[in-house]
Design a binder for this molecule. Structure first.
Ligand code: AMP
Ligand code: SF4
Length: 466
């Protein structure tokens, strides 16, 4: 199972085509996507038949300063924020990747995970390719290089061989391609700036920050090309298209102000909170949410139950996401530094604590202890996602099978383990209902980490479930 750790990447991509301040806009866009990855950031700009790049490990503000951005002259840019678990880090894997070839330069960045990466890599190595990173992104570069014909055909031929989750941005000196896998697992939105320039971003919150108007999502299986001021679109694949956007994008991963596939994330979380109440009501004095990602669901639960919503927990903004820490010890320490229970609010109260998910159980266990130390007399936990029992192979670090607490414990056992007075998860149907609240919305969801129904074959990533 240890090998699986290297497979998980959670990333954000941003691209802008035809704007005099392309690097600056990219910087702001990546900053708005920082929650998708905090380990590395990079921007690649195109100008005068040349691509140049700057990237490094750390937060966007650590990798770039205004001097650096001002030096990055270019009218087109793509950028990336990266998160990977232990083993997959290192500067050589920070994106975008720049390929210099006799036919011209090409930059690629990627959010997601290619499930048949090892199979393709082996084949490419047999044919003479040498890889300089362990990132999946490099595979696409080699496949494009080996294909024949017009650039768009070569890219489509290369993409057709990939299976899994991806949102790619590919920049050449005079054109930009944006692609979304045929399941639409990872989001990718298209926007337009007031000067007409096209912008691409993993989430619409990054379009808002640069003042771009949201046009539409890149559709599953679609490749979009911008050249000059023209946007062209076609399907890259002859295989069936499925709408299976990742449910965890709504539950936890995306920002509440983002709109994914036409649906606002905050609204889906609030709906999930209401649904949780309908499915698992409990009598109590206050409802609290674990900041930040669970606030929306807590508001929903409070609204539906008419139990007041209170600020029972506060967060130190200057500590990164706990989960992002590579070891359990650091994660424990992270929870302690990050959250405090507000004694004057929870003391002598029966508390309903809403969280978006339980992965390893560290967060809930620690917070319940904090709440009880602060005087809460009962803590009832309601989780706005179903129990996560299986690993994700599509680019979200939901951890390995043996670390997933709901894989090892029943809800009752877990309730005792975290020290709660009661524990309930939203049902799969309930979550679906919360996300598909618009009647006209037909797209489906990947829920494989809850129900093991993976949307692709798992190739050599398959695991023993016993
Ligand atoms: P844990 O302490 O391992 O149970 O982690 C659960 C917390 O991590 C939840 O409160 C979520 O807000 C957050 N979380 C859920 N999924 C992820 C993920 N894929 N990456 C980072 N954090 C996550
Ligand atoms: Fe998202 Fe879970 Fe599917 Fe992974 S397995 S893509 S985390 S829903």
């Amino acid at each position: 199972m240890d090998d699986l750790k290297e497979l998980h990447e959670e990333c954000g991509v941003f691209g802008v085509f035809q704007h005099p301040s392309a690097a600056k806009l990219c910087y702001y866009g990546l900053h708005a996507l920082q929650h998708r990855g905090q380990e590395g950031a990079g921007i690649l700009v195109a100008n005068d038949h040349k691509l140049s790049i700057h990237k490094g490990e750390g937060l966007v503000t650590e990798v770039f300063n205004s001097e650096k951005i001002n030096q990055m002259n270019g009218i087109h840019a793509i950028g990336h924020v990266r998160y990977s678990t232990a083993g997959g880090g290192g500067i050589m894997n920070v994106q975008p990747l720049l390929f210099r070839t006799m036919a011209g330069d090409m930059g690629i960045c990627h959010n997601g995970n290619i499930v048949n990466a090892n199979v393709l890599k082996e084949k490419l190595e047999e044919q003479g390719s040498i890889f300089s990173s362990s990132s999946d992104t490099e595979i696409l570069g080699h496949l494009i290089k080996r294909a024949k014909g017009h650039m768009i055909d070569r890219i489509c031929m290369a993409l057709e061989q990939l299976d899994g989750a991806f949102a790619f941005l590919i920049l050449l000196e005079d054109r930009l391609y944006a692609v979304r896998d045929r399941y639409g697992l990872r989001p990718l939105a298209i926007g337009q700036l007031p000067n007409g320039a096209y912008v691409f971003a993993s989430e619409t919150c990054a379009l808002d920050i640069v003042g771009a108007k949201f046009l539409r999502d890149v559709e599953p299986g679609e490749i979009v090309r911008v050249k000059g001021n023209q946007l062209l679109s076609r399907l890259y694949t002859k295989q069936p298209i499925h709408d299976k956007i990742c449910a965890m994008e709504y539950v936890y991963f995306s920002r509440p102000d983002s709109i994914l596939d036409g649906i606002n994330v905050h609204t889906t979380r609030k709906n999930a909170g209401k649904q949780l109440y309908l499915e698992s009501p409990v009598d109590a004095d206050i409802v609290i949410g674990v900041p930040d990602s669970s606030i929306s669901a807590a508001i929903g639960y409070s609204e539906a139950s008419h139990i007041p919503y209170e600020m029972g927990l506060t967060k130190n903004k200057y500590v990164g996401r706990t989960f992002i820490q590579p070891t359990q010890e650091l994660r424990d320490q992270g929870v302690r530094m990050k959250l405090s229970a507000v004694s004057s609010i929870v003391n002598q109260k029966r508390v309903i604590m809403i969280d978006d998910s339980i992965v390893r159980g560290t967060t809930s266990r620690r917070i319940i202890k904090l709440l009880k130390e602060a005087g809460a007399i009962e803590v009832h936990v309601r989780i706005a996602s179903p129990a996560i029992k299986y690993p994700c192979f599509y680019g979200v670090d939901t951890s390995t099978l043996d670390e997933l607490i709901s894989h090892k414990m029943t809800t009752q056992e877990l309730c005792e383990y975290i020290g709660a007075d009661s524990l309930a998860f939203i049902s799969e149907e309930g979550l679906k209902k919360s996300i598909h609240f618009k009647k006209e919305h037909t797209c489906d969801l990947c829920m494989a980490c809850f129900n093991k129904q993976y949307v692709t074959p798992l190739y050599d990533n398959d695991f023993q479930d016993d």
